[in-house]
Write a protein that binds this ligand. Structure first.
Ligand SMILES: [Zn+2]
Length: 490
């Protein structure tokens, strides 16, 4: 099959926050094959898959120079601990530590997953753009002045929302003593520009090796202080984006007793240490659906450091766009998803499959969308995805009514008529001069933009030049953005 893969770079509101000539994070979107733009996905026919992945570009979690300063401070602190708190020091032994996984979800978290392992240690000493992870892949990065020396465990999906919900708890990977504790710094950074003001912990273990935990949430750090002993599994803090970071995550880094870098993962291309430092080493790929959900738009929206606009909704009506999403960890090439839709009678209404044609992505999503028509009968529907031996389910409700009869989000604006032909009237709540109105198509592309000319309770919206179909009208004001489904008919 010859297919042109369409790659669009979604503007993630990077312009306001990027420093320097390159974007720090981007989500690339692929459609497969490239035919969905004009397709009309009514009834049971799903759209072609729409997929995206997180692409790390030239970040710099911890520079060599900063690591050296950090380790010198740790040395001074350890000497101080030996003098002042000798009873706290873990009995020295020659064995390296055996680490447990350094994050866990907070109590009560009940989604399928919340993180991916986006970046590993770079074993190719050259830089830039000379990448080699322990497994001989390139899931790592470097920059003009150094190599990534840690493991980045990042939130996925909705990093800023999950950070605010305090989902990712960081815990000691092994018994040790706190030899560095940093807190009080801003924790919503959007750039990896070498900012040394991170919150976090450095532990010294019984053999003299050290583990570094970076980018904590301000104020969420353990109450214990420098010199205190912690046990494996003990709470250290919360994942966030302090220091040189553009995405809430944990950077976990290990140094030997002689302060040479170590990679906790054992593998053919690990040039640093011959054995795994994990008690139980996770596989290189852990194919998991972290979240399965339904949305009323075909995009999601990132605007660092604000909580994401998810467009998630579980109630849909005739005329709405229904977009079903899988947020995926380790989207492994050539693996196959089995997708099924069950109607309110729990009968299989449609099924399809998707085989991943791309090189493996650690942090990605897949989605399919429909235009809801009367085929989607009233009641609770089930979307089920089966992949690599696991199943994931999501329920959503079909009203069976035309979409204009159901208010979405805040019931503050009304569109009449809807469906509309040449124009429609927006009314209900006071519009303010300068509020912005966007009409976007089912792919989320903005077709028309209006600025409200003066304070008013209603405004005629011209639909001239728009083809018949399903759109979203959004009103952006100082109190937020409100979305209304809009149908245009001939
Ligand atoms: Zn890192």
């Amino acid at each position: 099959m010859t297919t042109t893969t369409k790659i669009m770079v979604l503007a993630i509101a990077l312009t306001a926050h990027s420093s320097g000539a390159f974007s720090q994070v981007e989500i690339k979107i692929k459609t497969w094959p490239n035919t969905e733009m004009n397709a009309n996905h009514t009834s049971y026919i799903p759209s072609d898959v729409k997929a995206g992945f997180l692409h790390t570009m030239q970040p710099n979690c911890l520079s060599e120079a900063e690591r050296k300063l950090l380790m010198e401070e740790a040395d001074r602190n350890f000497e101080m601990i030996k003098r002042n708190k000798p009873d706290q020091i873990i009995q020295r032994i020659a064995m390296p530590p055996a680490f447990i996984w350094p994050v866990q979800p907070k109590a009560g978290f009940n989604d399928y997953g919340y993180f991916t392992v986006q970046n590993l240690v770079d074993h190719n000493a050259s830089f830039p753009n000379q990448l080699l992870d322990y497994n001989c892949g390139n899931r790592t990065y470097d920059w003009a002045g150094g190599n990534h020396a840690g493991t980045d465990i990042i939130y996925w999906p909705y990093p800023w929302r999950r950070m605010d919900e305090e989902v990712m708890e960081i815990r000691a990977a092994a018994d040790g003593n706190i030899i560095i504790k940093k807190d009080g710094f801003f924790d919503r950074m959007c750039v990896n520009a070498g900012n040394p003001n991170w919150n976090g912990i450095v532990l010294q273990h019984s053999d003299g090796s050290r583990s570094i935990y970076m980018h904590f949430k301000n104020g969420g750090i353990t109450n214990k202080g420098v010199g205190d002993a912690v046990a494996a599994g003990e709470y250290l803090g919360l994942a966030a984006s302090s220091g040189s970071s553009n995405w809430p995550h944990l950077h976990f880094e290990v140094s030997s007793s002689t302060l040479t870098p170590m990679d906790p993962y054992q593998g053919n291309c690990n040039s640093m240490n011959p054995i795994s430092l994990w008690q139980t080493q996770h596989p290189y790929n852990v194919p998991t659906v972290n979240r399965i959900c339904s949305k009323y738009r075909t995009i999601d929206y990132y605007s660092c450091p604000n909580p994401e606009i998810t467009f998630e909704r579980d109630t849909f009506s005739i005329g709405d766009t229904l977009s079903l999403w899988l947020y995926v960890r380790d989207l492994v090439q050539n693996t196959t998803f089995q997708l099924e839709l069950f109607n309110p009678s729990n009968q299989l209404a449609n099924s399809w499959s998707f085989t991943v044609p791309w090189a493996t992505w650690p942090t990605s999503y897949l989605s399919w969308y429909w235009m809801v028509d009367p085929w989607w009968v009233q009641g609770w529907w089930k979307f089920k995805a089966t992949w690599e031996g696991n199943s994931y389910e999501h329920l959503f409700f079909m009203t069976g009514q035309p979409s204009g009869m159901i208010e979405t989000d805040k019931p503050s604006f009304r569109l009449f008529p809807n469906p509309a032909r040449e124009s429609t009237m927006l009314s209900g709540r006071s519009l303010q001069k300068g509020d912005l109105i966007f009409i976007s198509n089912s792919l989320g592309q903005i077709s028309k933009t209006y600025a409200v000319p003066d304070d008013s309770n209603e405004m005629a919206i011209s639909l001239e030049g728009l083809k018949s179909g399903y759109y979203t009208l959004s009103v952006k004001s100082s109190i937020g953005t409100i979305y209304k489904p809009l149908s245009i008919i001939d």
